[in-house]
Ligand binder design. Structure first.
Ligand SMILES: NC(=O)c1ccc[n+]([C@@H]2O[C@H](COP(=O)([O-])OP(=O)(O)OC[C@H]3O[C@@H](n4cnc5c(N)ncnc54)[C@H](O)[C@@H]3O)[C@@H](O)[C@H]2O)c1
Length: 431
């Protein structure tokens, strides 16, 4: 099929490359001319496992191309995905200006039947708004489809190629059938394609993210209570997760959730529920617990050292989670800023996020080229992101590099007993 994908970010680029991989002709559109130039040179501007190979292969096979010209892409395509950002607006609601702007432009330039697909995460009712906007701009027939994306950054290509499910919100059979045909190659192992009304599809995405965020905040509270009673959250987590009604994933305590989705999607769901006079109380608590959790490590550091003024603190991990370079809403931002506010000197290392970190912290912190370099002369190490390479380090080497052998582990990647044996003062979450 002939496809256009508008917005070539974490979602749009993965979507475009994966659809090209199954034989479709895909034009990726972005308004960021520098990004398009980079992509045309065969360079992928984000870190996502396997994406560069996929983009290069499909570009070489001429199934994938990049442009800044939306109109050209609309004319050449049957199905147009909108995968632009829906950032948080000032009142917590999702800012739809990019989505609606693109929809209007599609309406103006389409010259025959088109399927317009909302891939961006958008509040309930957005498909209806998009439909009304396009209807105002064109007399040609069209279908509007809601197709929320559930991929995880860090495993985005794999998630897209092998989804747990595909959700399609459609109000007419023509659009639904084309979408089912497009997704069939990705669901051969039996993953369901769920066709439903647009409102349910739109809400499914928010409900999924909000439930995952709820699990995280819930377990962070359990971890905090574990500390008060001398219980071990690892034991509790295993006992709870063994229950098949609960399951084992998303039960790890830490320093709070971040990223481009959970924080803004939780806020948006609270907000659009409030628009219908519904007070989503659980989610308000999820949010405030998360804000508090981002500060627990620095509070522990202060309790240990008294004052952090003049202390050198090494930070391992800046990205909001491993296997991505993304620092949007990362707990590391709150933690590093709090350390700087307390007068500490920060030496940070992240395998992929340093470029993004420089745009946030500038020269206020130092950036180590290697994980061990960050430890030189450090009074303590703070672990914020659980990258694989931090899991089995050379503890003797670490101890020799540090001024004092103190570790605050925000991701529970080491065992307290093991750390004691290695001669470290070790503090983690809920143990
Ligand atoms: N990142 C994720 O893991 C994830 C997962 C599922 C859903 N989503 C949702 O997908 C959407 C996109 O997220 P993302 O992380 O890919 O965002 P992103 O910021 O990485 O990418 C958005 C891209 O859209 C481009 N853009 C904005 N306005 C444009 C316009 N008018 N014309 C052309 N291009 C335009 C931007 O330049 C940018 O490259 C959001 O609604 C997000 O909530 C994201």
């Amino acid at each position: 099929m002939k496809i256009a994908v508008v917005g070539s970010g974490y979602v749009g680029l993965v979507l475009g490359a994966c659809l090209a991989e199954t034989g479709n002709d895909v034009i990726c559109v972005d308004k960021d001319a520098a990004k398009v130039r980079t992509l045309r040179k065969g360079r992928v501007p984000i870190y996502e496992l396997g994406l560069t190979e996929l983009v290069n292969r499909n570009t070489a096979e001429r199934r994938l191309s990049f442009t800044t010209q939306l109109g050209r892409a609309v004319k050449a395509s049957q199905i147009i995905f909108i995968a632009v950002g829906t950032p948080q607006g000032e009142d917590g609601s999702a800012d739809l200006q990019h989505v609606l702007g693109v929809a209007r432009e599609i309406g103006r330039t389409m010259d025959g039947y088109r399927v317009i697909v909302n891939k961006s995460t958008v509040p309930v009712g957005t498909a209806e708004k998009v439909r009304a906007l396009i209807r105002r701009e064109t007399t040609h027939p069209f279908s509007v489809v809601s197709n929320p994306e559930f991929l995880k950054q860090g495993a985005a290509v794999d998630d897209f190629m092998k989804p747990d499910r595909v959700v399609i919100g459609a109000e007419d059979p023509r659009g639904a059938e084309l979408m089912q045909a497009l997704y069939t190659p990705f669901t051969r192992t039996g993953a369901p394609i769920m066709v439903m009304d647009c409102a349910s599809a739109e809400l499914s995405k928010y409900a999924a993210n909000a439930l995952l965020a709820t699990r995280i905040s819930f377990m962070n509270e359990v971890a905090n209570v574990c500390e008060l009673f001398g219980a071990d959250v690892d034991r509790v987590r295993q006992a709870v997760g063994a229950d098949r009604r609960i399951g084992t994933s998303f039960l790890f305590p830490g320093v709070g959730y971040g990223g481009s989705c959970f924080p803004k999607d939780v806020k948006a769901l609270i907000r659009f529920s409030a628009d219908k006079d519904y007070d989503f109380e659980v989610l308000k608590a999820v949010e405030s617990v998360n804000d508090r959790q981002k500060r627990v490590l620095v509070a522990k550091l202060k309790r240990h050292f008294g004052s952090l003024k003049g202390r050198t603190i090494a930070v391992w991990g800046l990205a909001f989670k491993p296997k991505t370079d993304d620092m949007r809403e990362a707990p590391a931002i709150v933690i590093v800023k709090a350390l700087l506010d307390q007068g500490a000197k920060v030496q940070a290392f992240d395998p992929e996020a340093q470029r993004m970190a420089r745009s946030i912290f500038g020269s206020k912190i130092t950036y180590a080229a290697k994980s061990y370099d960050a430890l030189k002369g450090a009074d303590a190490l703070v672990i914020v992101t659980e990258w694989h390479e931090f899991r089995e380090p050379d503890f003797d080497r670490m101890r020799k590099l540090m001024r004092s052998p103190v570790i605050f582990d925000g991701r529970n990647i080491y065992h307290p007993q093991q750390m004691k044996a290695h001669g470290f003062t070790y503090s983690s979450i809920g143990r």
